[in-house]
Write a protein that binds this ligand. Sequence first.
Ligand code: GDP
Ligand code: MG
Length: 399
Amino acid sequence: MSLNDTPRATRLHIGLYGRRNSGKSSLLNALTGQSVATVSEVAGTTTDPVYKAMELHGIGPVVFIDTAGFDDEGTLGELRVGKTQDAAKATDMAMVLFHDADMTEELAWVAKFRRHETPVIPVVSQADTLPDGGKALAATVAEKIGTQPVIVSAVEGKGIEQLRAEIVRKLPEGYASGSITGDLCKSGDLVLLVMPQDIQAPQGRLILPQVQTLRELLDKKCLVMSCTTDCLEATLAKLTEPPALIITDSQAFRTVYAQKPAASKLTSFSVLFAGYKGDIDYFAASARKLATLPRDAHILIAEACTHKPLKEDIGRVKIPRLLRKKLGDQLHIDVTAGRDFPTDLTGVDMVIHCGGCMFNRKYVLSRVAECRAQGVPMTNYGMTIAFLLGILDDVVLPH
Ligand SMILES: Nc1nc2c(ncn2[C@@H]2O[C@H](COP(=O)(O)OP(=O)(O)O)[C@@H](O)[C@H]2O)c(=O)[nH]1
Ligand SMILES: [Mg+2]
């Protein structure tokens, strides 16, 4: 999905609040990895609040609000402070920056946000300039507001991943990326769904990702055709033009790839759900890292469902078999199920997650955030299969 397809109003608005020169604009740039906001030594450089819609890695579409600073002086200053107050009303989540022993105004802002039930992330900024790396100031803040602040340095790039994890932790429950198929198809496009109804398919119904995808395609006014893998050839032969997009069950990937018309884009349900329920770019980058894992690497496979494993279970049988075939017999593979996910990932070289249809996006993103913070790559089933079959570069990713 292109950035502008998510209406600004429905995006999560994250506001940065602090005095002039507390490092708000620098922090925003560090978080996004871009120069979104003007940084200056001259206090009061950011004048009106700047609303910037963007894709935040590990989170999704958001709007950042970079404010002028709440200690602005003079007539023009008052106007700016007024605008900062106004921006606060549109803020779904607030970062309040602390950098000074006098924190009267900062505390008042925290209290104000809390009164409005707006989640607040306290931040100790420019930590590299503070005598003990900001620890004493952080302790004082924690004592005053009952929440441990994240200590950051935009210049040294420290604390940025922790801040990202904190944003994920504070996301509203229902936070979703908005679209499953994103920019991959539009109204009037012919979309073919390949859905093998094998031993693992539940009796008499489709699985949730298939149902949700189908519903979205109908809402989008796409023309939808469905078949099982064995009927793919006959289906393609009946169509007068190649489908704009083919969405297949990951397990039929190779078969579908071999038969697909050159003009059709191909993706899988689990790749789509990697984006809908997780961080597609982190998953794709992590899947590529499978190639460089040591032969005796430790891989953690995380299943959302706690159903009794089936004979040809994808997480317990199929993926481990594919991994061993590609990477050798010395791999250590553990499987975890349900909410049973370790907080300490020491010794884990790679996490491979299921599609997460039983979890909400916030929950999957919190796992991604834990992995990112601990420097552990994390990908999902669809991405893993695509990589192991050597077709990751031929799969289209939704955005
Ligand atoms: N040493 C250091 N300087 C910083 C840091 N963050 C910002 N600065 C500097 O502090 C000044 C004000 O930063 P800016 O981001 O414009 O602050 P804002 O007014 O709150 O938006 C600039 O000179 C920045 O280069 C940091 O983490 N460490
Ligand atoms: Mg600024």
